[in-house]
Design a protein around this ligand. Structure first.
Ligand code: OAD
Length: 241
């Protein structure tokens, strides 16, 4: 058996599988990742674009960044990797998809009940009345305001220094604890608490399989590390299931 066949048979045998995805899964859709050459944080300072302090200091700059990303993602299409993961959930007994991505491409590829740890680009939240609104499919003005109370809206994403939505985090941890296998795809595994889900799986005796273009801090600790593009490896695995 080669590594891909081994992984497919482990997935099939596991019964319950949890998947954790990161920006690498959307790379083949033309969405830049965050770290590394060509990444969003290469030449941009996350502290001046993705923190509550940055938004308080310069909401226009922050909204410019997020409106650009909304546009980029709206024009992008799910890739074969996203579609293969949607296929996984049809072929496996139980699959929970946890993502750090805010692009909604998993859902557009057909995955259901995705746990969005970092929120998404399409729901916005009012800084005054705290209500959330789905503003997908719209070009927002440079400083969008709440239709109800008139206060400034903010992107419905999790910024550095903010807590993850508690219900999302609890659901992700529970899914990882319950599953004998965690598949980690396209994440540098350096941003916590999301990256901590790998340790949660390992501490509970679960197996961890990684798919990434290059080695990451977790590669040496996982059971199997497959090196390559998610959009190429995942469809092969889906066919083997
Ligand atoms: P990163 O940009 O940190 O990491 C992307 C990972 O994907 C890297 O390890 C790449 O090697 C890998 N990669 C790139 N192309 C790939 C491909 N085609 N197939 C497979 N792997 C590929 O993105 P994340 O780990 O998702 O948070 O970043 C985590 C969080 O940090 C993000 O959610 C975001 C960011 O700052 C916030 O903004 C709060």
């Amino acid at each position: 058996m080669n590594d891909l066949e081994t992984v497919a048979s482990l997935l099939a045998k596991a019964g319950r599988v949890t998947v954790l995805t990161g920006a690498g899964v959307s790379a083949e859709s033309g969405i830049p990742t965050f770290r590394g050459l060509g990444g969003l944080w290469n030449g941009r300072d996350p502290m001046s674009l993705a923190t509550p302090q940055a938004f308080a200091a310069n909401p226009e700059l922050v909204w410019e960044f997020y409106n650009w990303r909304r546009e980029l993602v709206t024009q992008a299409e799910p890739n074969p990797g996203h579609r293969a993961l949607a296929e996984f959930s049809r072929r496996l007994t139980s699959l929970t998809l946890v993502t750090q991505n805010v692009d909604r491409l998993h859902q557009r590829a057909g995955s259901r009940d995705v746990i969005e740890l970092h929120g998404n680009l399409f729901e916005v939240r009012c800084t005054g009345c705290s209500r959330t609104f789905d503003r997908s499919g719209e070009t927002l003005p440079p400083l969008p305001r709440c239709h109800d109370c008139g206060q400034l809206l903010r992107p419905g994403v999790v910024w550095f220094g903010e807590s993850l939505p508690p219900a999302m985090w609890e659901a992700a941890e529970t899914a990882v604890r319950r599953a004998p296998l965690l598949l980690v795809i396209g994440t540098s595994a350096v941003v916590y608490p999301a990256a901590g889900l790998v340790g949660t799986a390992q501490n509970g005796g679960g197996a961890v399989i990684e798919i990434n273009l290059e080695p990451t801090p977790i590669s040496a600790t996982v059971d199997i590390a497959l090196q390559g593009k998610a959009a190429e490896i995942l469809p092969i695995l889906a066919d083997l299931l």
